[in-house]
Design a protein. Structure first.
Length: 583
């Protein structure tokens, strides 16, 4: 059914949503003064900004009645950020309340994810308040039994994450700020690793290395020097992560080159840790016997994995020692772990790693499992290596996938890499010819998005960016409903906004909003971060920019979203767009 777009419809819908609404006070309405504090005069409001504040007030009330505290806290943070320039005391109060809601979450991982989103907004606004909230993390939220405490300490004991919640939270915050502000991310990672070296911290350092290798290497050198003083369990896992920092492991290609001088210092420290661990075991915790046995198995598995890892850096005189340690520890593990580690050794030492992995897949007798394993191998190979030689070999292997949907996905995943290479080479017409042949609609849309960006940058006589985006969007219209499909729809909508093609942008926004309707709760549960609706879809580049163009149309699209939490997030983004004008 085609929706009527009469200009009179939009204000009516927005106004109906606000009747009888009162919520967190905002400047520009009736705002309670803060006792004993001289308030700075708010900026002059345009009529549109006044409307946005009034709309935001209604949305804030609805957000406060959400049952899910994670989503409620995330939306509160967005509202606090939007109000910052208009009523700082009230905005601070909302941030504090949001953090309190996040702290109340029972699931520690979910709580940290929401806390990170709140701190990400607040870090730009009020660093001292953000630091103050971080200090609250040092106090336990609830009283835990000895068994629960011991279980939660396992990841800290092995250094998978920091034992200090503030340090771990700073690492999570650094991950979220890596793209927007790599300088701040570097400071957070450096501070965290100086306090405690962890597997998570070294992984974040590897991400920083791609953006600022000089700073990352300086932090890495300091972390290596901390290895000798670390507890054995966490030192083992940190040393494994450090090897990947020096020379990222690749399952389908030869080992990457590394700096021998830096690697030598690391190797000596890591080998000393491995030797020290041979006379020790993991710390004894108040766990049930079967759980304690799993901890012992994991400790031995880490010993074996570090021994295997160090063979990549070892001197010939120490290779036999490392191989002996590896074999000894592997033999003490349960059969499934033995098979996994022996397969890793086989792959690491294979002259042709891709052929080795492909041979393993070919040994699977069940056709459906074989096809799925081969698809996974194709996607793994493409994520690690996309040389022309490998692309040709993958093209040949994909023909062995008999399941049509899996074959099309594998073939499309391969050909989009070919499209990217053609774009890089400047052959945009051939890239287009190949893009429109991709059978998977989501991958075809991605290819056309990439091509549209290249056309906008390089120019083309035969291709227009808006036409390419329209083709990608049309391909998605015919695709099956999925979270991934909706994510690409919103991204293409954002691309239309970037081209200032607002007619297409508003039509795309309305369809993208409607694409969420067929989705079910189980579709979101499978996606990390789904509890934070603002980060799941491209709301900043769509609702967050189109609100300035036509607030009524944007709010109409937001109100059409079926899912309440996503509807609220969209409306808040539109209000933030208007309130952020002139910054």
């Amino acid at each position: 059914m085609k929706v009527m777009r009469s200009p009179r419809v939009y204000p009516l819908i927005v106004c109906l949503s606000l009747i009888g609404v009162t919520a967190w006070p905002v400047q520009g309405q009736t705002s309670r003064p803060v006792t004993g504090q001289k308030k700075k005069a708010p900026p002059a409001l345009s009529p549109l900004q006044q409307r946005a504040l009034e709309t935001l007030d209604g949305l804030s009330l609805e957000a406060r009645h959400l049952e899910n505290p994670a989503i409620r806290a995330d939306l509160q943070a967005l509202i606090g950020d939007a109000l910052w320039e208009f009523d700082k005391p009230r905005a601070r109060s909302i941030f504090v309340d949001a953090f309190k809601n996040a702290r109340a979450l029972e699931d520690d991982d979910e709580a940290r994810a929401v806390e990170t989103q709140i701190l990400k907004h607040l870090w730009r606004r009020d660093r001292s308040l953000a630091e103050e909230l971080l200090k609250q993390l040092t106090t336990g939220k609830t009283q835990k039994t000895a068994e629960e405490t011991a279980a939660s300490d396992l990841s800290s004991q092995f250094g998978m994450q920091s034992s200090d919640p503030v340090t771990q939270q700073k690492l999570d915050l650094a991950k979220n700020l890596m793209d927007d502000d790599p300088g701040v991310a570097a400071n957070l990672i450096g501070d965290s690793l100086q306090k405690e070296v962890s597997f998570a911290g070294i992984n974040q350092l590897s991400q920083l290395k791609a953006r600022n290798p000089e700073t990352a290497n300086r932090i890495f050198d300091r972390a290596v020097n901390q290895l000798p003083s670390m507890p054995t369990s966490s030192a083992l896992t940190a040393a494994i992560a450090m090897a990947d920092y020096l020379s990222p492991s690749c399952a389908v290609c030869a080992a990457k080159d590394f700096d021998p001088a830096v690697a030598d210092v690391y190797y000596k420290s890591a080998l000393a840790i491995l030797r020290r661990s041979l006379g020790e075991g993991p710390a004894t915790l108040p766990l049930k016997p079967d759980m304690q046995q799993k901890v012992v198995q994991y400790f031995r598995e880490m010993q074996a994995l570090l021994a295997l890892t160090l063979t990549r850096f070892s001197r010939p005189t120490e290779l036999a020692e490392l191989q002996t340690i590896f074999r000894d520890k592997v033999q003490s593990l349960e059969p499934a772990k033995q098979r996994n580690l022996l397969a890793r050794e086989q792959n690491q030492n294979a002259p042709d790693r891709f052929d080795q992995l492909f041979s393993n897949v070919e040994s699977i007798s069940d056709q459906e499992q074989h096809d799925l394993a081969l698809l996974n191998l194709v996607q793994l190979a493409l994520s690690q290596n996309s040389t022309d030689e490998l692309l040709e070999r993958l093209d040949e292997k994909i023909e062995k996938i008999q399941t049509r949907t899996l074959h099309d996905k594998a073939w499309s995943s391969l050909k989009i890499r070919v499209v990217e290479k053609l774009i890089t080479a400047g052959d945009l017409d051939r890239a287009y010819t190949l893009s429109i042949k991709l059978p998977d609609p989501v991958i075809r849309a991605r290819a056309l998005r990439t091509l549209a960006a290249a056309v906008a940058k390089k120019g083309s006589v035969t291709l227009r960016g808006s036409d390419l985006l329209a083709e990608g969007f049309e391909a998605l219209r015919k695709g099956d409903a999925s979270v991934e499909r909706s994510q690409i729809l919103f991204k293409i909508t954002s691309d239309f906004v970037g081209l200032k093609d607002y007619d297409h942008a508003f039509d795309a926004l309305l369809f993208s909003s409607g694409s969420l309707a067929p989705l079910e709760k189980k579709d979101f549960e499978q996606i990390p971060g789904a509890s934070v609706p603002n980060s799941l879809f491209e709301y900043g580049g769509t609702f967050g920019r189109l609100g300035n163009v036509d607030f009524d149309k944007t709010m109409f699209a937001a109100q059409s979203i079926r899912w309440r939490e996503f509807r609220l997030a969209a409306g808040i983004a539109a209000c933030r767009s208007v309130l952020g004008r002139g910054k």
